[in-house]
Design a protein around this ligand. Structure first.
Ligand SMILES: [Zn+2]
Length: 299
């Protein structure tokens, strides 16, 4: 399996001299379980650059786009994804509906004339939609599992397994704390809150079980612990939570992801160092790196 990061920043694109090393585009990861199969995790602004690269190959493109959720930072690359304008190409977009609004409607709506010059029904590629919840399915040689994580509205995490190797992608996830009041928790879909409340012991053991033994574990590390104290229920984790999940799930490589727009390259260097120091306190010590645009990994 080959993995390449095209966007690693959360919330909003963050260009500028302080983000050139890790990159400023929002979430998009290319995953190739084999030579024929192309999976794309999220359609943030990184997707537009991946699209340009795919066009250079001058080949018919068939790909599956797996959306964690449909907040702006995870879908804004789609209107600028040029391969979607070519009738030879085929895409399947997989993700959750939002309440009674279909995935197709959500994505079409962001291309209404008030927002964008090209409308969704003018895209020439064959585009199919697959609405999912928590389930397991196959794409080519890969098995995909999905799980709801703790994020306003809802968001999915994905586990991709191929040839005995697995990648877990949890881009936006906050530690679930039952003591948060219902008025705070009701930002999250009630059915998702109920899933976590029904979990015996630590509700976050759902994440641990889902990620268990993964070779690569990509997890939200938006905040420092100090920042998180003031950003509860924003739907994101501090980096120590990502480390704790990685240790408890006994994953092999933790990739810090969804970097804050307020964190410079130097800040991310410091966060990475703090995570590595924290891992020294544990008997199980996975490798830890920070996601960067252009980073390639293989399994
Ligand atoms: Zn996000």
């Amino acid at each position: 399996m080959r993995i390449k990061f095209w966007g690693v920043r959360g919330s909003i694109p963050t260009p500028g001299k302080n983000t050139v090393r890790y990159g400023g585009n929002t979430p998009c990861i290319e995953v190739r379980p084999d030579k024929e199969t192309l999976l794309i995790l999220d359609a943030g602004t990184g997707l537009s650059i991946l699209g340009d690269e795919l066009m250079q190959l001058k080949q018919r493109i068939e790909a599956h786009i797996l959306l964690s959720h449909t907040h702006w930072d995870h879908i804004q690359g789609l209107p600028f994804f040029y391969p979607a304008m070519d009738e030879r190409n085929t895409f399947t977009i997989t993700g959750s509906n939002y309440k009674d609004v279909s995935l197709q409607s959500i994505l079409s709506n962001q291309m209404q004339a008030a927002y964008f010059p090209l409308q969704f029904d003018e895209l020439k590629a064959n585009i199919h939609f697959r609405s999912i919840q928590e389930e397991s399915f196959s794409i080519g040689p890969a098995t995909i599992e999905s799980m709801y994580v703790n994020h306003p509205g809802h968001a999915l995490g994905f586990r991709i397994t191929c040839n005995g190797k697995s990648l877990v992608y949890i881009s936006d996830n906050e530690p679930f704390k039952p003591e948060h009041s219902d008025s705070v928790l009701n930002k999250v879909e009630k059915s998702v809150v109920d899933l976590y409340k029904r979990q015996e012991g630590d509700p976050n053991s759902r994440i641990v079980r889902f990620a268990g033994g993964a070779d690569i574990f990509i997890h939200d590390a938006t905040f420092t612990p100090g920042e998180y104290e003031h950003k509860k229920m924003w739907g994101h984790a501090d980096y120590l939570f990502a480390v704790r999940m990685a240790v408890e799930a006994r994953i092999k490589k933790l990739v810090l992801f969804h970097h804050s727009r307020h964190h410079s390259d130097n800040d991310i260097d410091r966060i990475l160092e703090k995570c590595r120091q924290e891992l020294q306190n544990h008997s199980y010590q996975p490798e830890c790196i920070a996601a960067a645009e252009g980073l390639e990994l293989s399994l």
